[in-house]
Write a protein that binds this ligand. Sequence first.
Ligand code: SAH
Length: 344
Amino acid sequence: MNLDQILNKEELNKEEIVFLLSLQKKEELEKLYFQANEVRKEYCGDEVHLRGIIEFSNYCDQECMYCGLRRSNKNLQRYRMTKDEIISTAGRITKAGLKTVVLQSGEDHFYSKSLVTDIIISIKEKYDTAITLSIGERGRDEYEEWKKAGADRYLLKHETANDKLYSAYHQQEMLKSRLAHIRCLKQIGFQTGSGNIIGLPGQTIEDIADDILLCKEMDCDMCSFSPFIPSNNSPLWKIPPANIDLTLKTIAAARIVLKDVHIPATTALSTLIDGGKELGLKVGANVIMPNFTPLPYRVNYQIYKNKKTYDPLVYLEEIKSMLDRIGRNVGEGKGHSLKLVINQ
Ligand code: SAH
């Protein structure tokens, strides 16, 4: 296969994506990253969208094998933020100039349909911000009500496109059921986010190519490709973290294949390597999600170990000077889906 030819193709098939993910030589990787950056420029421009994330509860009903929030983990101090705490944190995010609030949690049914609705309405009444929900699988009626209340986006990663691995890591649940949720969210009108975890034991390069193609098939607006990092309190505690080059290759290949989607430089990537966000932004990413979860809660949102913690305002200044240095700028608007005609 010829790298230059593949990089200039309009559509890539699975074999060609696998080829990109298998590249090892420095000059070849540079070509891949260069092309991904070109595609990013063409479809996203130089804007980097900042989304302020509030991890409002670490209670979880699920048992995802890779995740430190899993229900059976007894070594975690659990917390729930109150509605008022969530709203005032959303205020801090918008005051810092960010125009998206991401509400993330474990799957925690303490936050009922009406409580989540209340929180959405209150944030929307008080602040001019987009809202992304990232709270796991819920009922269609709940999704519908939250959309009506004003939530704009929903993040529900497919995690792995390999259905056998999916079931093995999620208590025999079915990938097709996860995908049905994502389709339902799309149908209801949410801008939807999906994506995978890179480096799960048993996962192959072919599986990662399938992850990228699945994001394409699902026509997702945002796609997150984050490296696996072990949690000490999960059955996968002994597994080494994902390979950094493979993570960067995945982001780059995804940008080339998916084109007009938002791709974050994830917190997991910057946990794995200093300067990870900058690396991600240079190979196709166009979104950063600074964490505004207040102390003392943030230290207990331990999805994986050594998760970076920082003062969000100091961190924002660091991000801005990094963006200046690499010739990028903070997105002006809300950074809605690139697939929407009206993007504000
Ligand atoms: N409970 C919600 C969202 C919270 S978890 C949901 O299920 O959608 C957010 C994301 O963290 C997950 O989608 C998963 O991709 C990622 N994650 C969990 N454990 C991880 C680990 N050990 N390493 C890297 N990413 C992980």
